[in-house]
Design a binder for this molecule. Structure first.
Ligand SMILES: [Zn+2]
Ligand SMILES: [Zn+2]
Length: 424
């Protein structure tokens, strides 16, 4: 037997779902990071379905814990988006560098712009992104049983699977062939063990590295029963349709537990792949070091807060009355960091000569009207007149903020908030 020059201690979970894989996985990102740390694993990849919502937390928590974070996503891939009945496959993508992280954000955004039942990419999207240099710093993971290479192997044979893997390897910085063994016997009669052998063979023929992965959906083996409940809850099925994962090992297992499921040859190859991937890691994103989400908070006493911000009870009542009468409640956004949106009556067919009382009452410096319907070019101390109320937007600018005054319907709205992007 050939002995690996790599030690088991370098092995890490790189195919992991957090609770951001909604209705499919259980654990929070901090829990997963803590579990990986306790397992003595030096890195952690996050591959939530179709999104990278946990990426920032993964980065911050791993940096604190001294682990290498690999932000990623298990994206939905079809051959051709024009085919509305095309079968969806899974494609794992991990970022290995700052540039890769930015490219992953762009790729994820593209998949959401292509949304059709799921955020979607097709093979042409990947080819075009690669040609434009937008897959640099990204590596592909060949995927689980739902990945295109395995489905190609089962449905069209090894040559088609090799073509797909070669495409991935050409488009991304590298393609790692995943060997995943949960002890499954699939409906088509194939087993995970068979597939691992076949995939390792294809990787050898193509000269591609392999990774031993586990499709982790929760942190601890004891959570299996909770995960099964979750799947039954969301699948509405019973028996074989209950959505419960067959097989075992979907937790963030200790290294030795994962190792036991694989042949010595595949494990050693997996360690070499792991070392190759970890050597690529150069992920420093200073912007994320102190980044925090600006999440709206629930105000315990909203009326008190309204009075504080808007003025007297009379003004509050007047403003709320207008909001109610004009059906504008859904336009109202109020948060501690970006106050203030308010509504006021403007019965005239032209925008009012003054901002609504509630806006004036807040006492923000010396305002200026700025017309922003297109160019933001017109400034002046006079309020807006002229163009159709439905198409004009006026920025009520102050030294510290801008208020947006838009006339429509029988009411007008003013907003103090960060300037809208088009007015920057
Ligand atoms: Zn998958
Ligand atoms: Zn997965």
């Amino acid at each position: 037997m050939r002995f690996s020059r790599y030690r088991d201690e370098i092995w890490s979970h790189l195919h992991v779902h957090s609770l951001y894989s909604a209705t499919d996985a259980l654990s929070s990102v901090p829990t997963l990071v803590a579990r990986a740390k306790a397992n003595g694993q030096p890195a952690l990849g996050l591959t939530d379905h179709g999104n990278m919502s946990g990426a920032v937390t993964l980065y911050q928590e791993c940096m604190k814990a001294g682990l290498l974070p690999f932000p990623g996503s298990e994206m939905y891939l079809v051959r051709d988006r024009a085919d509305k009945k095309a079968k969806r496959h899974h494609l794992g993508v991990l970022a290995t560098s700052g540039q890769g992280y930015r490219n992953l954000v762009a790729l994820s955004s593209l998949s959401h712009r292509n949304f059709y039942h799921k955020p979607l990419l097709d093979l042409s999207d990947l080819a075009e992104a690669s040609e434009a240099g937008r897959l640099r710093g990204l590596v592909a993971l060949s995927g689980c049983y739902s990945g295109l290479p395995i489905q190609d192997l089962l449905n069209y044979g090894p040559e088609q699977a090799k073509t797909t893997l070669a495409c991935y390897a050409g488009w991304f910085d590298q393609c790692y062939v995943e060997l995943m063994d949960h002890g499954m016997v699939w409906d088509d009669g194939s087993t995970d063990a068979d597939l691992c052998l076949a995939l390792a063979q294809l990787a050898d023929e193509l000269g591609l590295p392999v990774l031993v992965t586990a499709d982790s959906h929760y942190a601890f083996a004891e959570q299996r029963v909770l995960h099964e409940s979750l799947k039954r809850l969301v699948s509405y099925g019973s028996g074989d349709d209950d959505g419960v994962f067959r097989g075992s090992g979907y937790d963030l297992s200790q290294t030795s537990v994962v190792k036991r499921r694989h042949t010595a040859k595949n494990w050693i190859s997996g360690l070499a792949g792991q070392a190759d991937l970890q050597a690529r890691w150069d992920l420093s994103i200073p912007e994320l070091d102190k980044y925090h989400y600006n999440i709206p908070v629930i105000i315990p006493d909203p009326m008190r807060e309204l009075r504080k911000r808007v003025g007297t009870d009379e003004v509050v009542a007047e403003e709320l009355d207008v909001i109610e009468r004009t059906g504008m409640a859904s336009y109202l956004c109020w948060s501690p960091r970006s106050p203030i949106t308010c509504a006021s009556a403007a019965s005239s067919s032209r925008p009012a000569a003054r901002p609504p009382a509630a806006c004036a009452a807040t006492g923000w410096g010396s305002p200026r009207w700025t017309r922003s319907s297109g160019s933001c070019a017109t400034n002046g101390s006079s309020p807006p007149t002229g163009p159709s109320r439905r198409t004009s937007t006026w920025m009520w600018s102050t030294p510290v903020a801008a208020r947006c005054w838009t006339g429509f319907g029988s009411a007008s709205r003013c907003t103090r908030s960060a300037p809208t992007p088009r007015c920057r």
